[in-house]
Design a protein around this ligand. Structure first.
Ligand code: IVH
Length: 691
């Protein structure tokens, strides 16, 4: 029922809502355009925008000249010079109906505006990508690039000539044209691979303590951030790309008669236009194009948020003209959002096979980028802190291309009352062992490597490995089965296995079961160094295991050593010492070691005293490269180490000898460049003999 009173109330409500919407749109547009740091996903911004448009359509008296629907929001960043555009830079109308019908509606509007009837031929369109970057006006005078500017509010943009000049795809000089003025418009964007590499670098800088660096939310913001840098040298390190799609002021050049011809002309001038544009006919042509690109979109090396349809013929464009913010002859049709908001229900901890604890976001399932996402990794504690997300928050989830889904941040305004900050557990959620973080590292790890169920398979395979206890026949397949069946929970259980038990498993014949039991029994006669290496203590590789074995001589002294004692071992630094100490400080690990010793492990007592044997190669560093005629790399390494030498992985000025075999590569070249002494196998054997 409508009465004058209720109409008045409705009008008042609409007016109040419009004011509120304008405020919010202003705020979010500033966050997006000025600070390159959006707080809500694009789809949500679009929804607010459309709500305001709908109110204004119903209540035309509420439309004001400064409404975001009537002008392009954007402002000039402090420090960049304003540039007044000779021809305003407009925006494009968005068709939100992402189905085939959306394209049909646009075509119907165009036909109506042009007065075309059912019998008239289809309208030809230029169909293009809607690149997700930032619009740039390039001003060429006499064929030379003289200025580059952002769109800004459409009337006034920012002078970004200094950074745009560093973009390889933007020619400094046009080919075959020297018109007094040619303004080219197009999109500066960042390819997905460049974006991933940039953020990787940013993450490292931040982890390294850099204060003024940030990780970018998406390629668009990264591109905008780079272009709007004050420092061009900084921008040059961050690769951007460019595609041309339109023009601004032109003097002394005849603009080609169609959009398709314009793009071809750009290509000839050395201005890249995306090769994916097509000239299509009528609604059917648009729909087919939209569908073709929908399939390719995931695999494109850059992001698009939709496609753009433009009436191809310039004369028709002129007849259609402009509305206040956008031309009537163009429309953008989007694809389903690749960003969505949803609720962060919980943060769970996953323990990886190497003991790394990973916080995983448990999300209210949300359909984004073509799949339903309910989990997303948060990587580590510092990523959770950087993103500022807490349980209960409304978060932005993003899935673009083949990239795994990620939580990019939270919707700032929507935190429900007080929620405590996320913390890493002090104890492993799987086994209860102590959790530790390395000095300067970002990862938290469970220290119960030998005991933790999450790390079981990994620990057993490592223990059985060739360089550790070298237990032939104990590979991934049987370890999987033994652990999954609950027969083996920890290393000592291996030594209680019987032939009959093993035979019950897949692909375990009578013979292989017998030989595995025999190999297990034999593995107990080993060296202290191999045993130690086999425990899989983080940072204790073969060489460190040997150093430790030599230094401590036996397990009893080592397992009780404090960090100060550990630091006395040559080449053991604070991080390694801490890791060893943490490992033995965990009672669970000690229990496993006791059980292993009880299973009958033994090694030559004298190992600890090997220290006192002559070490003629002490202090000498060798690098092995290529294939030696008779010695394996392992053999050569062992021989060198037995005489006190060290074998390193890469050549440096500290290298004393490079031992090169067949097909030696860059290490040999580096050795030659540094003037390091070169040996072949015969030379090495002679040296060892002499020593
Ligand atoms: S033509 C008069 N073509 O979309 C029409 N714009 O929302 C002016 N964009 O600011 C734009 N791809 O940043 C055009 N192939 C394309 C585009 C494109 C992306 C962006 C551009 C513009 C915004 C409008």
């Amino acid at each position: 029922m409508s009465s004058p009173a209720s109409d008045r109330k409705a009008a008042r409500d609409a007016a109040a809502r419009a004011v509120r919407l304008r405020e919010r749109l202003e705020h979010h547009a500033r966050a997006y355009y000025v600070h390159d740091a959006p707080e809500i996903p694009d789809a949500e911004y679009d929804a607010l925008f459309q709500e305001l448009q709908a109110i204004e359509a119903e209540h035309p008296e509420l439309v004001s000249a400064d409404s975001p629907t009537q002008r392009v929001i954007g402002a000039v960043l402090e420090g960049l010079e304003p540039v007044r555009h000779a021809v305003p830079m407009l925006s494009i109308d968005t068709e939100t109906d992402t189905s085939a019908a959306g394209a049909g509606k646009f075509d119907a509007r165009i036909r109506k505006a042009l007065g075309l009837g059912d019998d008239d031929p289809p309208v030809a369109y230029a169909a293009e990508m809607k690149f997700d970057g930032l619009a740039i006006n390039l001003r060429y005078e006499g064929g030379a690039l003289v200025q580059a500017a952002t769109r800004g509010d459409g009337e006034t943009g920012e002078d970004v000539t200094h950074t745009v000049r560093t973009i390889a795809a933007v020619p400094k000089r046009l080919k075959g044209i020297a018109a007094p003025v040619l303004e080219v418009r197009g999109e500066v964007f960042m390819r997905l691979d460049d974006f991933a590499a940039l953020n990787e670098r940013q993450r490292k800088l931040i982890e390294g303590g850099a204060k003024n660096e940030k990780v970018f939310v998406n390629p668009r913001n990264a591109a905008a951030g780079v272009v709007r840098q004050l420092d061009a040298a900084n921008a040059a390190k961050r690769p951007l790309s460019f595609f041309a799609y339109g023009f601004g002021e032109v003097e002394g050049w005849t603009v080609p008669p169609t959009q398709t011809d314009l793009l071809d002309a750009f290509d000839k001038m050395g201005l890249p236009a995306s090769p994916l544009h097509e000239r299509v006919e009528g609604a059917a042509g648009l729909v087919a194009f939209h569908a073709r690109i929908a399939v390719r979109r995931e695999k494109l090396p850059y992001e698009i948020d939709g496609v753009v349809y433009k009436v191809d013929d310039r004369a028709l464009q002129d007849r259609l003209g402009f509305k206040s913010r956008e031309p009537r002859w163009a429309v953008a049709q989007k694809y389903p959002a690749q960003e969505r908001t949803t609720r962060l229900n919980d943060i769970e901890i996953q323990v990886g096979r190497t003991g790394k604890l990973t916080p995983v976001a448990k999300l209210e399932p949300v359909f984004v980028g073509g799949t339903t996402v309910s989990n997303a990794t948060l990587h580590n504690l510092f990523e959770v802190r950087r993103k500022g997300v807490r349980v209960g928050d409304t978060v932005i989830v993003r899935r673009a291309g083949d990239v795994i889904p990620e939580v990019v941040g939270r919707v700032a305004a929507r935190r429900p009352t007080y929620v405590p900050n996320f913390r890493m557990p002090r104890e492993c959620p799987v086994c209860g062992s102590r959790v530790a973080r390395e000095k300067g590292g970002v990862d938290h790890r469970c220290t119960g490597g030998l005991f933790c169920a999450a790390q079981r398979k990994f620990a057993i395979l490592h223990f059985a490995g060739r360089r550790a206890l070298d237990i032939e026949g104990l590979g991934e397949k049987i370890v999987d089965q033994l652990v999954d069946a609950g027969v083996v929970a920890s290393l000592p259980d291996l030594y209680a296995l019987t032939k009959e038990q093993l035979e019950a498993f897949e692909r375990m014949g009578d013979k292989s079961a017998a030989s595995l039991v025999a190999n297990l029994a034999a593995s107990r006669k080993t060296t202290f160094a191999r045993f130690l290496y086999g425990l899989g203590i983080r940072h204790v590789g073969e060489t460190t295991a040997k150093d430790l074995a030599r230094h401590f001589g036996g397990i009893e002294r080592l397992r009780r050593a404090d960090t100060a004692r550990l630091l006395e071992v040559p080449d053991v630094g604070p991080i390694v010492a801490e890791s060893i100490h943490d490992f033995f400080a965990e009672a669970h690990n000690q229990q496993v070691i006791d059980a292993l010793l009880a299973a009958g492990f033994e090694w030559p007592e004298s190992e600890g005293e090997a220290d006192k044997s002559p070490k003629p190669l002490a202090g000498k560093t060798f690098v092995l490269t290529g294939t030696l005629p008779t010695l394996t790399r392992e053999d050569a390494k062992e021989m060198i180490e037995s005489l006190g030498g060290k074998v390193a992985g890469s050549v440096s000025t500290k290298t004393d000898y490079v031992v090169a075999g067949a097909e030696a590569g860059s290490k040999l070249q580096k050795a030659e460049a540094l003037g390091v002494a070169l040996l072949d196998e015969a030379g090495l054997l002679a040296l060892l003999d002499g020593a």
